[in-house]
Write a protein that binds this ligand. Structure first.
Ligand SMILES: NC(=O)c1ccc[n+]([C@@H]2O[C@H](COP(=O)([O-])OP(=O)(O)OC[C@H]3O[C@@H](n4cnc5c(N)ncnc54)[C@H](OP(=O)(O)O)[C@@H]3O)[C@@H](O)[C@H]2O)c1
Length: 252
């Protein structure tokens, strides 16, 4: 059975990935939806048309979720045609202030869980399989006041570059998408809404267009996809200018 796995499928970008997947990867026969909120996943699963889905209510910050996923993969031995590492969170706030758990949740989810899910899934992939990692424009240069978040996304982009090279010989493509801000629950969860001048000023990306562009880029085997001309330009600026200058412009 050819399956897709989507993490963070209960809202925002992940939900949209589930809705649009079939348009770009019609060979997928079943989708596994992962997030903590079971009822949201079940509501989505009931609406998905064209292919059945399975709900896996897992907390990816709890390491026992890795063995649960490993056991399910070992029991069912699917062929993973598409893995979408989308679950992520970003909290506004300086290191050394506020709750420690917020800082470590970002590294647990955005780095450790993404690495674990990818590591567990690759043995079930074949030539033509695709991995999509949801990174961010935050990966282009450190964002002060969201320092841990931007560091986790720098990991995601670097991980994608290295993994794409490792898997090229097996015919598996890896794509990182680097969107700018989007109006999703991410802004409320991270206490960003109303508290960041940068987020209030920057142009927002449309999650529907981001998902469509990402799925097309992954199908084409591109390693990086940055939506909108504005953020493509920022990516170039962040490559060309010294980061001692960019970090000032990029603070949250
Ligand atoms: N929105 C933006 O401005 C923006 C910009 C650039 C990049 N991104 C990235 O886009 C990705 C998707 O975010 P979004 O904007 O769609 O935000 P979102 O609506 O808050 O979605 C986050 C998803 O991650 C899941 N999740 C959170 N903690 C989890 C955990 N411990 N275990 C399993 N799943 C967990 C959430 O589901 P549950 O709560 O049900 O677990 C939810 O489905 C993230 O990687 C984010 O960093 C967002």
């Amino acid at each position: 059975m050819k399956i897709a796995i989507i993490t963070g499928a209960s809202s925002g970008l992940g939900e949209e990935f589930a809705r649009r997947l079939k348009d770009y990867f019609p060979q997928v026969e079943q989708v596994w939806l992962i997030a903590r909120r079971r009822e949201r996943l079940e509501a989505l699963a009931s609406k998905l048309q064209g292919f059945p889905s399975e709900v896996l209510p897992l907390d990816l910050c709890d390491k026992s979720s890795f063995s649960a996923l490993a056991d399910k993969l070992a029991a069912e031995k699917p062929q993973v045609a598409v893995l979408i590492n989308n679950a992520g969170c970003g909290y506004l706030g300086d290191v050394g202030q506020g709750e420690l758990a917020k800082q470590t949740t970002m590294t647990d989810l955005n780095v450790t869980a993404l690495t674990a899910v990818t590591h567990l899934t690759i043995p079930y992939m074949a030539a033509g399989s695709r991995i999509i990692n949801v990174s961010s424009i935050a990966s282009f240069c450190a964002n002060a006041h969201m320092t841990v978040y931007s560091s986790t996304k720098a990991f995601v982009s670097s991980f994608t570059r290295g993994l794409a090279y490792e898997l090229k010989g097996r015919g598996i493509a890896v794509t990182a998408v680097c969107p700018g801000p989007m109006a999703t629950e991410f802004l409320d969860v991270g206490n960003i809404k109303g508290n960041s001048k940068t987020f209030a000023t920057l142009p927002y990306c449309d999650p529907k267009k981001v998902v469509a562009g990402t799925l097309a880029a992954a199908r084409a085997g591109k390693v990086f996809y940055t939506p909108t001309g504005f953020y493509k330009f920022y990516r170039c600026v962040a490559k060309l200018l010294p980061h001692a200058i960019v970090v000032h412009m990029a603070k949250c």
